[in-house]
Design a protein around this ligand. Sequence first.
Ligand code: SF4
Length: 378
Amino acid sequence: MSLVTLQPNFPLAPYKSLSNDELSARIDAVRRDFGKRLLILGHHYQQDEVIAHADLTGDSYQLSQMAAAQTECRNIAFCGVHFMAETADILANRPEKLAERAGERVTVVLPDMAAGCSMADMAAIEQVEAAWAELGEVIDTNDVTPVTYINSAASLKAFCGRHGGIVCTSSNAKAVLEWAFARTSRVLFFPDQHLGRNTALKMGITNAQMPVLDPFGGDLGGNSEADIQNSKVILWKGHCSVHQMFTKAHVEMFRKQHPGIKILVHPECPQEVNDIADVSGSTSKIIKTVQEAAPGTKWAIGTELHLVNRLKQQHPEQEIHFLSPVVCMCATMYRIDLAHLCWSLENLQAGTPVNVIEVNEDVTRWSLVALERMLEVK
Ligand code: SF4
């Protein structure tokens, strides 16, 4: 193996010229050195060469929970996007965990800081606070539960914690909405309008009761006072750029070309797709559904491309298609590559960590309140 001489804090540039074999060997060396003190977490949407180095794979919340449960882990390299690394920091460094470790923090690094999430970025805390204040002029916000999808910045989770609200995942969104409606007569749901709408429709709430609040839409997000006063769920105008790409026409095309095919989609897809799919569910549900299907089952799956391709490889006994003729992968997840992973790990090893994600104390405290409420929901 050729070695490039580097000094801490190692710059990134030289790593970009190393081959994947060299990078993999160096990543393995760091892993051996750290042992159980390091966890590399790989979200399902990561590239295969990154997943090959992951100690744990899963969706965003599963990964953070699993990592926080490890007692020997002191360092986490989160191969995912920014909000996921924030959640890992919040859970791994919550007060009781810090007390167990005599105050020693778990260092969480995101190998590439440009790995954000376009959906999470569609709801900035300043916009949500401004919208909340404006809503307060036409309805009683004490009677509104703010619900944030886990795919959101920690500051939004903290907003929910402070205002009697809660976090949801794509697996428990219905149970969380039921929890909210047991407390208040309205919900403000952000940042993903599709998950909010698809979930609420299944609970009998109509689109007429779900105004969409556009943070750039002017007064009341482009709604009238009556729209807001007649609402049950006020949806934030955010979406996932990956899942928004799937259309009703894609479903119809696959059904025409592959008779008997089943359509399996994520609830971040638009309503027109969710309404006609055979199965709609979280990433975990998509994986489980394929794992449990009989050999010969034909699927067209509407979620991130890397995950669909991995399912295709793991289940050659089934016929799996990607539910779009257009490539839709998560461009920000794709930013994590072996060069960034190796660079961040070697800096961690040298004691000069880069891209550390550390959520401040106040945001951590209130985010935990909203996350813990979610955990209480069965
Ligand atoms: S797939 Fe969509 S929601 Fe998930 S990280 Fe990428 S942009 Fe965000």
